[in-house]
Design a protein around this ligand. Structure first.
Ligand code: C5P
Length: 222
């Protein structure tokens, strides 16, 4: 079982990629498998927490005891998350939210015919930063997938988005996305912990233990 402190806590977890429609048959997406977020949801439920999982389009089974809300685009994910922040103690943003979406989805399939298809992309809302800026907010955990200078970029993200904890990982070259294992660097204001390469389920347990520890320290029970 996971850390005992998690029993009775309410977790909101986002997972997977987002898909942004170009036309009725095409989309802009990314290579997130959703496995890290699903592993976190599973581990939290196993440890006795109440878990709501907001999932982008992934081919994964819902972990036992987890309430699942399926979404497709970043804007759908934002609405699903914001509707639930007030009723949760911890928000873990493991989703790889698309940073951009086509300005307007075409109503009909775009037909080829020699002309270039030009896509104007506009920025999506930053769900994590928005939740962290709420006046009454849960404990907020973000992820940072970086290809270089992992610690510096993640520390910057932690501070800029005013997070309580960030889990950073190096992606590319056989690391991170589309894999069953990973390695994480946890950073929080005033601390750090390296979680060496392990199965995503094991990493999820270690991440939850750190969250329990930080929350307990904050409420003065440790
Ligand atoms: O800034 P960057 O996208 O690298 O930050 C990654 C973190 O922010 C992840 O936790 C991800 O879930 C979250 N995020 C978000 N909304 C976005 C982009 C990222 O919630 N539009």
């Amino acid at each position: 079982r996971g850390p005992r402190e998690l029993a009775g806590m309410r977790f909101l977890v986002s997972a997977g990629p987002t898909y942004e429609d170009i036309d009725p048959v095409r989309f802009v997406g990314n290579r997130s498998s959703g496995r890290m977020g699903f592993a976190i949801a599973e581990a939290a439920a196993h440890a006795g927490a109440a878990v709501t999982l907001v999932a982008g389009p992934v081919a994964l089974a819902t972990p036992a005891g987890v309430e699942r809300v399926d979404v497709r685009s970043a804007r759908e994910m934002r609405a699903a998350v914001l509707a639930r922040t007030a009723s949760n103690d911890v928000f873990i943003a493991a989703a790889a939210v698309g940073d951009f979406r086509p300005q307007a989805a075409l109503p009909q399939k775009f037909k080829k015919g020699g002309a270039a298809l030009e896509l104007a992309l506009v920025e999506n809302p930053d769900i994590l930063a928005e939740v962290a800026a709420l006046p009454a907010r849960p404990f907020v955990v973000g992820f940072a997938a970086e290809t270089e200078n992992v610690e510096a970029h993640a520390r910057d993200k932690l501070e800029r988005k005013r997070l309580d904890l960030i889990a950073a990982n190096q992606v590319g070259a056989g690391l991170g996305f589309e894999r069953g294992d990973n390695a994480l660097l946890l950073l929080w204001p005033g601390g750090r912990e390296e979680l060496p390469r392990a199965d995503k389920r094991e990493l999820a347990r270690q991440l939850l233990a750190r969250i329990a520890h930080l929350r307990a320290a904050r409420s003065g029970t440790h």
